[in-house]
Design a protein around this ligand. Sequence first.
Ligand SMILES: *[C@@H]1O[C@H](CO)[C@@H](O)[C@H](O)[C@H]1NC(C)=O
Ligand SMILES: *[C@@H]1O[C@H](CO)[C@@H](O)[C@H](O)[C@H]1NC(C)=O
Ligand SMILES: *[C@@H]1O[C@H](CO)[C@@H](O)[C@H](O)[C@H]1NC(C)=O
Length: 290
Amino acid sequence: MNWSCLVCLVLLSLVWHCPVIYSSPMTRTPDTGSQIEVDCPSSCVFPPFLNSPSPTNDSEDQVELKMTSRELNPKFYEASRAGQAIQHYINTVHGSPFRLYTVTQVHKARAEDMGESGMKYILEFSVKDIVGESSEGQCSAEVLYPRGETQRPPQVQCSCDGLPRLNTTDKEEAFYQQYSVNTNAVTASSIPDSYGHMEPDMVHFWHLGRLAASFIMLNESNENTLYNMAQVSKIKQLMSEDDQLNFEYEVLLHDMISQEIIRWKLLITWSPARSVKVVESELLPRCRCN
Ligand SMILES: *[C@@H]1O[C@H](CO)[C@@H](O)[C@H](O)[C@H]1NC(C)=O
Ligand SMILES: *[C@@H]1O[C@H](CO)[C@@H](O)[C@H](O)[C@H]1NC(C)=O
Ligand SMILES: *[C@@H]1O[C@H](CO)[C@@H](O)[C@H](O)[C@H]1NC(C)=O
């Protein structure tokens, strides 16, 4: 399938799903303005280059749902969904604008029904840093999706046999120095643009946005979501304070299950010493794609 075709499909699915947005019981309704539609800050085209795991369904697995523990096919959707939550977790702990981890392959997966505590997924998988193009490391992790009416983030415990970690100290320091002088505060939009293109000097801002979005995607994940970062729609650099770079980001997140695109506004800080922190986050009204 070529890119334009993929883009069409995504656009079609966006249009298709517009009326049902926020109607699913598991989707958290934003506190304000959930029904308001505004024009999207960009064309809303889902960047074509994201190599998201394609959720394949395993209907035979469904038959065994009643069992308290079951092996999962590591290639199937439930395993990749847990893998994605783990990936967000690893990035919140170890990521940087120069280091972003991706789960390259799930080798083994098992689900355990923990009764009232929730559903636990136990995975063995490979992970690599896609920015530094590191070698692969082997990890195992447990993801517990809590049960209950209200959205609570999955609890992740992860241990790695040598998580690949390239030394990015110099690059981070140079990035910090370049942008800590506020005479040319950065503003940008649509990273990447609808052709999947971004300017070279925006690449690390894209990584920073993905990193910040990992906190949100992890926080918002449940057994009915599979979030991927789609686009940074806006960046505005604010005054540096307290040896931290400050940014206001607007990000578009794509949920592969509902095919919804949701927008968040994030106030983030970053420095080499203290890494990224999401200081404020706000779910924005969904937007209409032009
Ligand atoms: C997988 O199949 C089940 C039951 O047939 C269905 O409820 C579920 O939505 C499907 N998931 C995906 C990702 O297609
Ligand atoms: C990373 O590189 C910097 C400078 O090149 C060096 O000072 C530092 O000790 C290195 N850190 C690690 C963990 O190797
Ligand atoms: C995660 O969600 C909780 C509850 O909804 C919220 O209080 C917290 O600020 C969120 N954290 C982030 C980083 O969004």
